[in-house]
Design a protein around this ligand. Sequence first.
Ligand code: SF4
Length: 103
Amino acid sequence: MRRSLIVDTHASSCFFRTSVGDGERKALVQITERCNLHCAHCFVSSTRTGVDISLDAFAEVVLPRLREAGVERITVTGGEPFVHPDLVAICRAVNDVGISVGI
Ligand code: SF4
């Protein structure tokens, strides 16, 4: 059963407005610091320069640790995740281990 994002006492959602069921966990993974835009409100101060996580590091280190931690949903973020050259492969790796993925 999915939890409501808004309850009587507070709005329980994070900025990315995704939710998981009771006892489940979610994670936001910043796969790149880079972004092709430069919004004044950017809370990660992204620019055109920055570091990307490698596909190998994501698939061999980050993803196994998130599985071990019981994460059921991953939101891939940045920066701008679409500037990462391996975005599709990263999403496929998440999907292949049975975790729900969003961008
Ligand atoms: S990461 Fe998002 S908020 Fe930040 S500059 Fe890029 S588009 Fe704007």
